[in-house]
Write a protein that binds this ligand. Structure first.
Ligand SMILES: Nc1nc2c(ncn2[C@@H]2O[C@H](COP(=O)(O)OP(=O)(O)OP(=O)(O)O)[C@@H](O)[C@H]2O)c(=O)[nH]1
Ligand SMILES: [Mg+2]
Length: 217
């Protein structure tokens, strides 16, 4: 059971949009899952919601529509089509790159981007393009290094540290965690970050109403 403030298992499918212009109205708060095809976006959404909401596949490039889900009227989750799939015609790739950039730049309700990268080969050129667009648009990022179950713990930790170090140079709001839909690694961290994006930072009950005095000396 997830220890989150929002009950992610209540998510339900709203619509599949063929492109950005057909998405639901740009209101409320939206969090999108993006990454290379086969990175594990749909699997992560299914693990988070504990449902078979998003179609997963062994064939990369499976999710070509933008699938949208809602937690309530004000909160949406978006499963974006994967990029970088070799067999997609170049024109389609360019079209998708353009609309992805446009989405990140123009979508007002987009309050957080989950970037999923296979822990065994993170930070490819297209991942960096995506991360740069989000940083330029001041959208906070949660980078999940997926399929962490494929690595032993030592190597897993080393990869996380390396990615953290590489992204620290951007001086942006970016958090990095190891993740596995299969083993539940990083699932609470994902839910907590989404809680923060949807509801604002968590304040412990005993801290409520108290002034922050640390910097007031
Ligand atoms: N070992 C392992 N395999 C995973 C994990 N997450 C996903 N996979 C596998 O990776 C493949 C792709 O997963 P998807 O969730 O469909 O990936 P996607 O990013 O949605 O792919 P597209 O929609 O094609 O862009 C499937 O065969 C999954 O079973 C994981 O945590 N561990
Ligand atoms: Mg998918």
């Amino acid at each position: 059971m997830l220890k989150s403030r929002i009950k992610y298992h209540t998510a339900s499918f709203i619509t599949s949009a063929p492109d950005i212009s057909k998405l639901p109205a740009d209101a409320g708060i939206e969090v999108a899952f993006a990454g290379r095809s086969n990175a594990g976006k749909s699997s992560a959404l299914n693990a988070l919601t504990d449902q078979k909401l998003a179609r997963t596949s062994k064939t990369p490039g499976r999710t070509q529509l933008i699938n949208t889900f809602e937690l309530d009227e004000e909160k949406r989750l978006i499963d974006l089509p994967g990029y970088g799939f070799a067999k997609v015609p170049i024109e389609m790739k360019k079209k998708w790159q353009r609309s992805l950039g446009e989405y990140l730049q123009k979508r007002k309700s987009l309050k957080g981007l989950v970037v999923l990268m296979d822990i065994r080969h993170p930070l490819k050129d297209l991942d960096m393009d995506l991360i740069h667009w989000a940083v330029d648009s001041e959208i906070p990022i949660l980078a999940l290094l997926t399929k962490a179950d494929k690595l032993k713990q030592g190597k897993r930790k080393a990869e996380v540290l390396q990615v953290r170090k590489a992204l620290a140079d951007l001086d942006a709001d970016i958090t990095v965690h190891a993740f596995s839909s299969l083993k539940g690694i990083g699932l609470n961290e994902l839910a907590w970050k989404l809680d923060d994006w949807y509801l604002g930072p968590f304040v412990k009950p005993d801290e409520q109403g108290e002034e922050h005095t640390e910097n007031n000396e």
